[in-house]
Design a protein around this ligand. Structure first.
Ligand code: GLN
Length: 480
């Protein structure tokens, strides 16, 4: 078995034809992941016992002639902001370096019930705040395509693991681009589903009205299958939607003839020329496939970053209040008054980016500023959503770049938060509108750095998004 290139279909076939058992595959995958990990620092924790136990149960089901589930035996990596019962979940933070959650997230329960094998937990920016994975308390992740470059963030570990071949698929989380941007930088598929499509129960909260769990994979097919497994209403998350979950794979028929696509002009500013050329090549390819591409305008895009950094920091400042040194593991050793304990725990526990956001968020919510910032940002958010609704009355899907530039060097933007925030200029809008969006590999730069194309569709229309991405992937991307 060629572990780094395995697909879900190959795992299923291999198990069915008894080429390997699930325990054999899991042991080999764990060994490979452990050997490769020092190159990228993608995994923070390996889940040896849990993985082998899950694999054993798949083998037993197969031996009894039972259906072991759609993800049977598939090695999966999970971003370390998604809680796993009995398995350390750090959120990339010093504050949770020894935190062992008492329950599993709904997405975790569903993926294990479908036979998935969790190999371990992946590195990420602290509490998913970042675009480069350099904000982790456990060191940066390196991009498997160029080890001196970032993998993107905040789901950098998950994207790197899938690109490196140390997991077949992975779970990430996206609040402003954290699945699509690292997927683009690492040359894999990354999906941000419709808000409410996947339960957030057990996803550590960053900005609750924007947070999503979503899949990463080496193919559209694999990502779509993983989404199908984890999606659907969950009584434990009141924002999860009742909407039925279609069989996405049944719709991957390659037929995209006559599909009307919009190319938003606001997403073609601020691009590097190489990224621009690759997106132009992708658009040509989509036309060859029979799609009709037209220019559209999403005028409120210009305010997206400002709007996002008001709403996301406001929600984060509230969500992060729970890390007080009492309820979770880390507490400063400083002894003094109760407020000294809070202050010192939070001062020592949080990294610089989290502190920056707590301060910004507290400021925009404070009395006197609430209307000027928070309320205003909510109004702008409505305008951004309205732009999309209007666009989707004319086109079936929107295509765009994922990020203005490919993977940058480690250290290049770390001292310039505004430059860092620009990484997500094209992805933040999808989260603010709550629509499904994804990154599909589009080509590589002269230096060999991957670049992704973004596809966005109407609420709950993941089916069309996957069909278009799959047709594009089959045609070989922009370079095909
Ligand atoms: N890079 C953005 C931020 O830092 C998005 C992060 C995310 O999607 N989790 O907030």
């Amino acid at each position: 078995m060629d572990i780094p290139s395995l697909t879900i279909d190959q795992v299923r076939d291999g198990l069915r034809t008894r080429q390997f058992s699930s325990v054999e595959l899991t042991s080999a995958a764990l060994k490979f992941a452990r050997e490769e990990n020092p190159k990228t620092n993608a995994y923070l924790t390996f889940a040896e016992d849990r993985a082998l136990e899950a694999a054993k149960s798949v083998d037993e089901k197969l031996a009894r002639g039972e259906d072991p589930g759609p993800l049977a035996g598939v090695p999966v990596a999970v971003k370390d902001v998604i809680v796993t019962k009995g398995l350390r979940t750090t959120c990339g933070s010093r504050l949770l370096a020894n935190f062992i959650p008492p329950y599993d997230a709904t997405a975790i329960q569903r993926l294990e019930a479908a036979g998935g094998v969790i190999l371990g937990k992946t590195n990420c920016d602290e509490f998913a705040m970042g675009s480069s994975n350099e904000n982790s308390a456990f060191g940066p992740v390196r991009n498997p395509h160029a080890l001196d470059r970032v993998p993107g963030g905040s789901s950098g570990g998950s994207a790197a693991a899938v690109a490196q071949g140390t997991a077949v698929v992975a779970l990430g989380s996206d609040t402003g681009g954290s699945i699509r941007q690292p997927a683009s930088f690492c040359g894999v598929v990354g999906v941000t589903p419709t808000y409410g499509r996947v339960s957030r129960y057990g996803l550590t909260a960053f900005a609750s009205s924007l947070d999503h769990i979503g899949p990463l994979g080496r193919s559209v097919r694999d990502a779509a299958l993983l989404l199908r497994v984890i999606a659907g209403r969950d009584p434990l998350d009141s924002t999860s939607a009742e909407a039925p979950v279609p069989d996405y794979l049944a719709h991957l028929n390659g037929d995209v003839k006559g599909l009307k696509l919009g190319l938003p002009r606001e997403y073609l500013k601020d691009l590097t020329s190489e990224t621009g050329n690759l997106i132009a090549g992708a658009v040509e390819k989509l036309k060859e496939l029979g799609c009709e591409v037209r220019d559209i305008s999403l005028p409120a895009t210009d305010y997206a970053i400002d709007c996002y950094y008001v709403i996301a920091t406001a929600e984060a400042s509230s969500n992060l209040a729970r890390y007080d040194g009492v309820r979770y593991t880390f507490r400063s050793s400083f002894s003094g008054t109760l407020s000294d304990m809070y202050r010192n725990t939070r001062g020592e526990g949080f990294g610089a980016e989290c502190k920056r956001r707590i301060m910004l968020g507290t400021y925009v919510l404070s009395s006197g500023y609430y209307d000027a910032y928070y309320l205003k940002a909510q109004k702008v958010r409505a305008l951004i959503a309205r732009d999309f609704t209007k666009a989707f009355s004319e086109v079936d899907a929107i295509v765009a770049p994922v990020s203005p530039f490919p993977a940058f060097k480690i250290g290049e933007k770390i001292d310039d938060p505004m430059a860092m925030y620009l990484s997500d200029i094209y992805t933040i809008t999808g989260d603010l509108a709550g629509i499904p969006c994804m990154s599909v590999p589009c080509g590589t730069t002269a230096e060999g750095l991957p670049v992704g194309m973004q596809i966005l569709t109407r609420h709950f229309d993941e089916t069309r998004m996957f069909r278009l991405a799959d047709a594009f992937e089959r045609a070989g991307g922009a370079n095909g």
